[in-house]
Design a protein around this ligand. Structure first.
Ligand SMILES: CC(C)(COP(=O)(O)OP(=O)(O)OC[C@H]1O[C@@H](n2cnc3c(N)ncnc32)[C@H](O)[C@@H]1OP(=O)(O)O)[C@@H](O)C(=O)NCCC(=O)NCCS
Length: 127
């Protein structure tokens, strides 16, 4: 029996996109997603921005919080930040074995650019 029938579910209460926080500097931006009542972030994206391109150099989501759209939200925020700075592209490197991550990026408009160093592929999204 639900003792609090009017209480929204965990995911309804907390809109992840509204829980993102930022630490900014002129050429580097960290985006974090926080779970309620947890001090440490549960997801993080590092974005490097050097004209004319943005670069996602790190993206990680805590295993317990995956498949909830956190990485997608962080990527969307990274794209917005790059557009605000009038950057032309946003890119990243993904390991060829990381099929889930690659699918995530490709469904969000990232295209294969080049095979970079051994076992890795660069993906780029035109802004
Ligand atoms: C890859 C990684 C960042 C993805 O993070 P994530 O938060 O699970 O990603 P999302 O939830 O935004 O999207 C993952 C999938 O879950 C789906 N999803 C999102 N919300 C969902 C929900 N509520 N219910 C079911 N599925 C959902 C998305 O549609 C997406 O599927 P798709 O790629 O087929 O479109 C995470 O698995 C990770 O940290 N891996 C280890 C580090 C790593 O590999 N980093 C990338 C290096 S390049």
């Amino acid at each position: 029996m639900d003792l609090c029938p009017n209480r929204p579910s965990f995911l309804t209460i907390y809109k992840w996109s509204e829980l993102l926080s930022e630490i900014d500097s002129s050429k580097m931006l960290y985006l974090f997603a926080h779970a309620p009542s947890q001090l440490a972030p549960v997801a993080m994206l590092r974005l490097d921005m050097t004209e004319p391109a943005g670069w996602i150099s790190s993206l990680w989501v805590h295993p317990e919080h995956r498949k909830r759209g956190l990485a997608s939200s962080l990527i969307s925020r990274a794209v917005v930040n790059c557009k605000e700075r009038s950057l032309q592209t946003i890119g990243l490197t993904v390991h060829n074995d990381n099929a889930d991550a690659r699918k995530l990026y490709e469904r969000r408009g990232f295209l294969q650019y080049i095979n970079s160093h051994e076992g890795y592929t660069q993906l780029v999204k035109v802004l």
